[in-house]
Design a protein around this ligand. Structure first.
Ligand code: B12
Ligand code: SF4
Length: 505
């Protein structure tokens, strides 16, 4: 049996660092972890080919070669997914699709031959049998969340890792919280399921053995969902492994803000080599936090929490949302002020977006406030994206306010000021510096050329470098590296600006 696995193109979003990746000589930020996990569950005697359209062009010959075509997508790949599906059908092949795009929005994809909804570890054996007997069903769905300990080591051999900026692995699925807008509880449940320490070490070994020596992103919904096992088993095992192997990987992950309350946990994480953490802050306004049920962010000084994490040796990236019912006209300036004071350099500010499988969907449906908009997205970066609910605030004010936040925080003046604020707080753990690689040199030259010479805000760049040399000389590599993100964030702000005016005209 010949299986073609197609990973469609990712749209222009916060996470699509195309411009930065290009200067670093990379094609995509991360490999498609879910798909590689699925591929590893298929029989060895089947032939498999994976086309990540973010790295290479999908050609008709690829599709003609296959007996079946598998597609894996999340919401930011919807338009490319539809185009791929049409082409595969024109060529006359059967499509089997899975991933969160379909799990949360399967009604929209009833034209696809076979949909696999939810986590697939317990579905794949039946799927294989049905494919071999030519007896495919329309829908396969999980009855209950499978044990994550059944997840195999991803089939890394199907991709060229050098195309990617960072590798992804996963320790746990699920999050103990239940924020109103979030569909993670539907996708992965509220009780975090966690891999064994042997399993995660085997995964680290697998990427080490194929020569990877750079970033590893733990894609958990909330890495600290089960703190007790982390502290007792997992982190000690990762610390030991990293020490034995001389810290080959710089680790990053996603966690809730209560990480800042646990000094011991933060210390263990930095000892394990974690250096970056993405946190969902959403809004500094307590009314907004109350409304979306993000109680763990309430009744705390959020700025202090961020600083505590930075002081412990993490770069903090964070997500922010505009469009809550409680948002007042001041929300835009408040978000800007908070982001600037926090030193969160990579701040992802999105519009509220209603996932069909969230509590927010149920509430707004009852209130008749949903808009049937198949192009909905939490970012306003293309004419295909739009709101999918009626906000309390006037919609045009919301869209304009979102644009104002983006163009302000991604302006050179604000961006470089944030880097300085961050470097003042940042106390990285001293780990042997990584071996200099070609892409580090490319990064240095690109930073000097694009930000120091060609950028209209170059005086901010040079002033940051000088400041760093005199005040935080040990952090100079960060003062040179972090500005590169501006190449991406500026283009994100411009795309939003273009789209806002396109819509208004
Ligand atoms: C890692 C991650 C990312 C990475 C993706 C890296 C990569 N190339 O894989 C980055 C940081 C780039 C990212 C970006 C975004 N993400 Co994201 N991300 C995640 C996260 C945290 C984990 C995904 C993951 O790797 N899981 C581990 C693997 C093993 O699980 P899996 O992918 O679900 O795969 C399993 C099943 O789905 C199934 N399966 C998957 N594919 C297939 C295919 C077939 C044929 C079959 C049979 C089965 C199958 O089998 C697998 C094993 O059980 C999820 C949260 C979540 N709970 O899913 C959000 C999530 C997927 N992201 C989300 C969003 C909204 C985004 C962004 C749009 C955010 C933004 N505005 O910028 C962007 C879009 C990027 C894009 N692709 O266009 C949403 C998607 C909502 C939806 N309904 O689709 C999620 C669910 C988070 C959330 N609740 O908001 N994301
Ligand atoms: S803490 Fe994050 S992953 Fe957990 S429910 Fe809230 S938004 Fe979703």
């Amino acid at each position: 049996m010949k299986i073609l696995l197609i990973y469609p193109e990712c749209e222009e979003t916060f996470w699509n660092f195309k411009k930065v990746l290009k200067v670093l000589g990379k094609k995509a930020a991360y490999p498609p972890l879910g798909f590689l996990t699925v591929a590893a569950m298929l029989p060895d005697y089947w032939e498999k080919k994976l086309i990540d359209m973010n790295c290479e062009t999908l050609r008709d010959e690829h599709i003609e070669w296959a007996d079946y075509v598998f597609i894996s997508s999340i919401i930011g790949q919807k338009h490319s997914t539809n185009r791929v599906f049409d082409r595969v059908h024109e060529i006359g092949k059967t499509v089997i699709a899975g991933g969160s795009l379909f799990t949360t929005g399967c009604e929209e994809f009833s034209h696809i031959d076979t949909l696999v909804l939810g986590e697939s570890e317990e579905i794949i054996p039946t799927l294989i049998k049905d494919m071999e007997n030519n007896n495919l069903k329309k829908i396969y769905s999980m009855e209950e969340f499978p044990s994550i300990q059944k997840a195999p080591i991803p089939a890394w051999d199907l991709i060229d890792l050098s195309n990617y900026n960072s590798v992804c692995i996963q320790l746990s699925r699920g999050c103990p919280f239940n924020c109103e807008f979030c569909d993670v509880v539907h996708l992965n449940g509220r009780t975090p399921r966690i891999k064994s320490k042997e399993q995660i070490i085997a995964e680290l070994d697998s990427i080490y053995k194929i020569g990877w020596r750079a970033g590893v992103f733990f894609v958990d919904d909330n890495f600290i969902g089960n703190k007790a096992i982390l502290k007792k088993e997992i982190l000690p095992a990762i610390i030991k492994w990293q020490k034995e192997n001389k810290y080959p990987f710089a680790l990053s992950t996603q966690a809730s803000i209560n990480l800042s309350d646990d000094q011991k946990l933060m210390k263990m994480m930095t000892d394990a080599g974690f250096a970056t953490v993405f946190v969902g802050i959403e809004t500094p306004d307590p009314d907004g936090l109350e409304e979306c049920g993000k109680y763990h962010n309430k009744n705390r000084n959020l700025l202090e929490s961020v600083k505590r994490i930075q002081n412990m040796g993490f770069e903090v990236n964070a997500g922010f949302i505009l469009g809550f019912d409680s948002d007042k006209a001041t929300v835009f300036q408040n978000q800007i002020d908070f982001i600037q004071k926090s030193g969160i350099v990579a701040a992802m500010v999105g519009l509220l977006n209603v996932s069909p499988k969230s509590r927010l969907h149920d509430r707004l449906k009852k209130a008749n406030r949903l808009i049937d908009n198949k192009n909905a997205s939490n970012e306003n970066t293309s004419e295909l994206s739009d709101l999918n609910f009626i906000p309390k605030m006037d919609a045009a004010t919301l869209i304009d306010g979102h644009l104002k936040v983006l163009t302000t925080i991604y302006s050179p003046r604000f961006y470089f000021a944030r880097i300085k604020t961050f470097l003042r707080e940042y106390r990285p753990k001293k780990i042997k510096p990584p071996k200099i690689r070609f892409y580090h040199i490319r990064g240095l030259v690109s930073s000097l050329w694009f930000l120091g010479i060609r950028n209209s805000g170059r005086h901010y760049y040079w002033s940051l470098l000088l400041w760093s040399i005199f005040n935080r000389p040990g952090l100079l590599p960060y003062a040179v590296g972090l500005p590169l993100g501006l190449l991406h964030f500026r283009s994100l702000a411009w795309a939003t600006e273009y789209n806002t005016y396109y819509r208004e005209s």
